[in-house]
Design a binder for this molecule. Structure first.
Ligand code: PHE
Length: 454
């Protein structure tokens, strides 16, 4: 790489700027929508417990690995593998990440579209007054089953994301998210306190925090590791791309630590809101957990706040911003790949990938009640299983193997040492990258077979 390409790339203004941008990618629907859904589907507290272990022992090491490779090569994922090991098949891991990004963007944008729909529904007063579970459930099912409305929302989300990426106005969004993300965080804490003080919150809290060991099975590990990758934006090169803009003076270890911590905290609080609200409104027992969980529950708790209308509006705007900072990071990887590796103009690349994701998102958008075959085939959850769980985990596996056995731990440690003088977790990180993370991922992927047989 020439020094001119290094200088022309630019970098985050400061370590804090990087942490905000990377947390913007990580914190989104993964923590607020997908995490409670996974908890509900996988036995409650036991999932929460395994998820936190997965973040610490697998998520954090892989994040540090991605940031290190990214900062060292200053490239998109495909270019990064090509730069370190030219002429080898390792670049296929980068290609896999690019494809995974396009597929995740497709169904992720459907859910982001729901957040947009909920924003204008709240604005128009659909949730005014006391909201019961029956009402909330009916509003969600009617909305998700309306083909034109969900496709319109999907179009808006992909359109906005494409606009931001093609115009290169990401910086503007990041400046905004520096104000809006802390606001979202404050609102979530507020809602969590409200949920905890509802009468009948205890049962939901117990479901969420008191592990039932009989519920522990391979599925829990599989989905917990998948959730760790998904929520931390790992396994497809997003963090490599973000890492490519970090300056040599900044500390990669503590940056990775902050991103993991803040994302996990938001996910944890989302669960604190959902499950106590469910038990307090007598809906925990016998609940059929589905993709609408978050959208069914948040209006309930918001309606229990004085000034619920304004809080609702604020919440869905902020959720939308959180989702957009994630869709932007998803679109950035394939766009940067086409721009850097194939010399496409940025605008053309963004529009091409955006249009492709829109088309790929249509079946998912229609799979929540709008079209019978798509709903029966459960397309959205299948896409999420394949791309959000399996492909990210496979990507993460190859990234650890690449770092440990091809590029080499010593060289990686040298890169990490810039901006970090005392890497206290070093022995643990080396052990995790070399053995624990790859072995754990291989094991859980083997368990998919067991899973599909169940
Ligand atoms: N981490 C994002 C979220 O939780 C989703 C994402 C996954 C973004 C993979 C980029 C890459 O909302």
């Amino acid at each position: 790489m020439t020094s001119s390409s290094q200088t022309s790339r630019g970098s985050w203004g400061s370590k804090i700027a990087f942490i905000f941008a990377a947390s913007g990618s990580a914190i989104g629907l993964g923590s607020i929508w997908r995490f409670p859904l996974m908890v509900g589907l996988n036995g409650g507290a036991i999932f929460v417990f395994v998820y936190i272990l997965a973040v610490f022992f697998i998520g954090f090491p892989v994040m540090l690995a991605e940031l290190t490779i990214g900062r060292h090569t200053q490239r998109n994922p495909v270019g990064a593998f090509k730069a370190i090991k030219p002429g080898t098949p390792w670049k296929l891991v980068g290609y896999m990440g690019v494809l995974t990004g396009i597929f995740i963007l497709s169904y992720y944008s459907v859910v982001a579209g729901w957040a947009f729909g909920y924003f204008y529904k709240t604005l128009f007063g659909v949730f005014r007054g006391e909201v019961t579970w029956e009402l909330s459930d009916r509003i969600f099912s009617t909305f998700a089953a309306n083909p034109l409305e969900v496709l319109f929302c999907l179009f808006i989300i992909i359109g906005l994301t494409t606009f931001v990426i093609s115009k290169g106005v990401k910086g503007g969004i990041e400046r905004w998210s520096k104000i809006l993300m802390p606001l979202l965080f404050a609102l979530i804490i507020f809602l969590a306190i409200r949920a905890l003080t509802l009468t009948g919150a205890g049962e939901g809290l117990a479901f969420y925090l008191k592990p039932d060991l009989t519920k522990l099975n391979p599925k829990v590990f599989f989905f917990a590791v998948g959730q760790a990758f998904f929520s931390l934006s790992l396994g497809m090169g997003t963090m490599m791309t973000y890492g490519s803009y970090i300056s040599k003076r900044d500390n990669l270890v503590s940056s990775a630590g902050w991103v993991c911590f803040s994302t996990t905290l938001v996910a944890f609080l989302a669960g604190i809101i959902i499950f106590p609200t469910l038990s307090a409104t007598n809906n925990l027992q016998g609940l059929k957990v589905g993709t609408g969980l978050m959208f069914q529950v948040f209006p309930l708790i918001i309606s229990k706040l004085p000034g619920g209308y304004l809080f609702g509006l604020l919440f869905f705007v902020l959720l939308l911003v959180a989702a957009l900072t994630s869709t932007i990071s998803l679109l950035e990887v394939p766009t940067a790949f086409l721009v850097d590796e194939h010399n496409w103009p940025r605008e053309k690349a963004a529009i091409f990938v955006g249009a492709l994701s829109f088309l790929l998102g249509i079946p998912s958008a229609l799979s929540n009640g709008a079209v019978t075959w798509a709903t029966q085939a459960n397309i959205m959850m299948k896409m999420d299983l394949i791309f959000g769980n399996i492909m990210l985990a496979v990507g993460g596996l190859f990234i650890t193997l690449f770092l440990a056995y091809s590029w080499g731990i010593t060289r990686a440690l040298q890169e990490i040492s810039f901006g970090n003088k005392s890497f206290r977790l070093k022995p643990l990180w080396i052990f995790n990258i070399k053995f624990l993370a790859p072995l754990a991922i291989i094991l859980i992927l083997v368990f998919i077979r067991i899973l599909t047989q169940q």
